[in-house]
Design a binder for this molecule. Structure first.
Ligand SMILES: Nc1ncnc2c1ncn2[C@@H]1O[C@H](COP(=O)(O)OP(=O)(O)OP(=O)(O)O)[C@@H](O)[C@H]1O
Length: 648
């Protein structure tokens, strides 16, 4: 297929200057004066005046900037002409704001251009692709696929560089396009500096590749929107480390761009484009077939005057660059997209044909009044429909913008919470006493931690030896010793138990305690509850138990070895009673109390064991206790037998 011989248009780079409003932190005194399309700057030297295609004052709206800078480029892009909108200016002069490449995407050039493109392509079959990249520290990175770093630029023909193997995204609607850009924005290199709390640390390039299909052929075009990182003086912005390194990369690439622009504007044969990634990317834009608009952004304050002069000089050089552009239409009549009167007549005829078809009226040279009315009526209906669609689309967009703003602020709140947490005093897990704990609480906390370590070891050992026999036959006293508890510890623990419980619960709910610490605290709490339970068992055992020999417990028919030991609180002597009856009553009552207490402890263990089934030791203790209580019952039974025998 051959490209039609569309007319070449020779023109200068179009330059629009925008002065942003004063920020709150700035002294409201400006060296800039605007007179129509001229801007005068007064510094310590002579005042200087620069003339541009358009100079927009502080009061200019985003829509005015779009109309002055991008509307024409965008409209012609949909008709097959390559276009580029380039934002240039010192740091914090409003480039990102003007492009609208904030996160969430705001209604600057990008948003308005997309809206216009989809509006103009409403009735056309088209394919649209997005590429979204950044040049960070002289490295090309894909914002739509963050793992595509260090992309390679290949020179396909002289001064025409293409990015190799760059993933692109095909989009079909405005909303989808905005979603894709929004996702890409999350990967942009942005960081706070002294000059701008949201400073772009990379040059950002959004490129749209469009193919439109017409009855007789098609057109192809690309549109680039560039938000360049701003020049900054490291000694003024006091950047250090990585920020300094970024500033150096930004400044040197802008200085190479300045040299290339200066060579182009003065018509030099040799243009130095291979010095930086940015100049390579822009060489295709500035030197090939691409209608280019530069938006030079300025800070209004006196302190920025020096940088404003540099920006204005750069803008002046750009305006002197001469470009040759044309429509890239294929298989269509020459200049179909042009603006000649005869061609417009032809287009009007085509439009009339379309109107007739839609209104159900036959196309002819002259029409009856009724036919004209029919066509007008149909047009009005179509217009209404179109308005309806546009309104709905607008509404959807507003909704989308609102939602992304909400998500943005939610993220911001989360991030603030995170950083608040991070700035808290050292955590209790780092071994230092945090401010919110009293020294006593911290001492106890440390003790519990020691014990919990030991408990964990024992648990591991128990889990490894899963023979139930082993567990069942373990002596309760031994188990407690195994847990590493000495008398003082268990005393102190049980005395302080309530305090711990309260303290740990309050830590768990404390917003400054991290989730992993909460888990550790709850483990500690569990371990501690177990310790408390064992304490109770030990107390109970030391008072009530008087086993004499091996007995057969009721559980699993296991033989439980009970060590003989001297225990206080043994059964009363029979001689102390007046009658067998009285003895049985007293011992029986004691036996009941004992069983009730045993049952209470058993329930406690059962409860704990069911809460954490993995605590097999708990279960083993439970069986042990049942065995012990039945052993006690057996002993009572023996005594009763003796008493009965004696009384008979
Ligand atoms: N026309 C404007 N109206 C209101 N506020 C603006 C305007 N232009 C810029 N600002 C504000 O000025 C600040 C700096 O703007 P912005 O981040 O767009 O600067 P920049 O030139 O992109 O900076 P950098 O090069 O550091 O990325 C931001 O807080 C932005 O909201």
């Amino acid at each position: 297929m051959t490209q039609n011989n569309n007319a070449n248009i020779v023109e200068n780079v179009h330059v629009v200057v925008r002065v942003r409003p004063f920020l709150q932190s700035e002294i409201r005194e400006s060296p800039l004066q605007i007179k129509q399309n001229a801007i005068q700057i007064t510094t310590t030297e002579q005042p200087r005046t620069f003339q541009f295609d358009s100079v927009l004052p502080q009061s200019a709206t985003q829509q005015q900037v779009f109309e002055a800078a991008a509307l024409d480029v965008v409209t012609n892009f949909t008709k097959g002409m390559n276009g580029c909108v380039l934002c240039y200016g010192q740091t914090s002069s409003g480039k990102t704001y003007t492009c609208g490449l904030n996160d969430p995407i705001s209604d600057g050039i990008v948003y308005r251009s997309l809206y216009q493109i989809f509006h103009l392509l409403h009735d056309t079959r088209f394919e649209l692709q997005i590429q979204f990249v950044q040049i960070y520290n002289e490295v090309l990175q894909n914002l739509l696929k963050p793992d595509e770093k260090d992309l390679v630029l290949r020179e396909v023909s002289k001064n025409d560089f293409q990015i190799e193997r760059l993933t692109t995204r095909t989009v079909t609607s405005l909303q989808e396009t905005i979603n894709v850009i929004q996702a890409g924005l999350k990967n942009r290199a942005v960081a706070p500096t002294l000059a701008n709390c949201n400073s772009s640390r990379a040059h950002t390039i959004l490129q749209l590749n469009l193919k439109t299909f017409h009855r007789q052929g098609h057109s192809i075009s690309k549109l680039q929107i560039l938000d360049l990182a701003g020049s900054e003086r490291p000694n003024k912005s006091r950047s250090e480390g990585l920020r300094f390194q970024e500033a150096v990369a930004i400044n040197s690439s802008l200085s190479f761009l300045g040299k290339a622009v200066s060579a182009l504007s003065t018509g030099k044969q040799f243009v130095p484009v291979r010095c930086s990634v940015l100049t390579k990317v822009l060489s295709t834009t500035l030197m090939k077939n691409c209608r280019t608009v530069l938006i030079a952004t300025l800070c209004p304050s006196v302190s920025a005057a020096h940088e404003s002069v540099s920006t204005l000089q750069f803008a002046k050089s750009c305006r002197e660059i001469v470009q040759t552009v044309r429509f890239n239409t294929f298989g269509m009549d020459s200049g179909e997209e042009g603006a000649g009167v005869e061609k417009l007549g032809r287009q009007e005829r085509i439009q009339l044909q379309m109107m007739c078809t839609r209104a159900g009226v036959q196309m002819k040279d002259s029409f009856e009044l009724s036919e004209v009315e029919k066509i007008i009526e149909s047009l009005q209906d179509q217009q209404n429909e179109k308005i309806q669609v546009e309104l709905e689309e607008r509404l959807q967009l507003e909704k989308l913008k609102h939602e992304s703003k909400v998500a943005y602020y939610q993220n911001l709140v989360e991030a603030k919470k995170e950083s608040a947490k991070a700035s808290q005093p050292p955590s209790i897990m780092t071994g230092e006493k945090p401010d919110f704990m009293s020294p006593e609480a911290y001492f106890i906390y440390q003790k519990i931690q020691e014990l919990a370590g030991q408990v964990q070891n024992i648990q591991k050992q128990i889990q490894q030896q899963q023979e139930p026999e082993l567990c069942d036959q373990r002596d309760l006293g031994q188990i407690l010793t195994d847990y590493g508890l000495n008398h003082t510890q268990t005393e102190s623990l049980s005395m302080n138990f309530n305090l711990f419980e309260e303290q740990m619960e309050s830590w768990s709910g404390n917003q400054f305690v991290k989730p992993e610490q909460t888990i550790q605290l709850s483990n500690l709490l569990k371990a501690f509850q177990r310790v408390k339970l064992f304490n109770q068992i030990q107390n109970f055992k030391s008072v009530k138990e008087e086993p004499k020999e091996f007995v057969t417990g009721p559980v699993k028919n296991q033989r439980v070895p009970i060590k003989s030991q001297k225990v206080q609180g043994a059964l009363p002597s029979i001689s102390a009673f007046e009658s067998t009856q009285q003895f049985k009553q007293v011992v029986g009552a004691q036996c009941d109390t004992y069983l009730r207490e045993a049952q209470g402890i058993i329930d406690g263990i059962k409860n704990e064991a069911s809460k954490a089934a993995k605590y097999q030791q708990m279960e083993a203790d439970y069986y042990q206790l049942i065995a012990l209580s039945s052993c006690q019952m057996y002993n009572f039974g023996k005594v009763f037998e003796k008493v009965d025998g004696a009384s008979e």
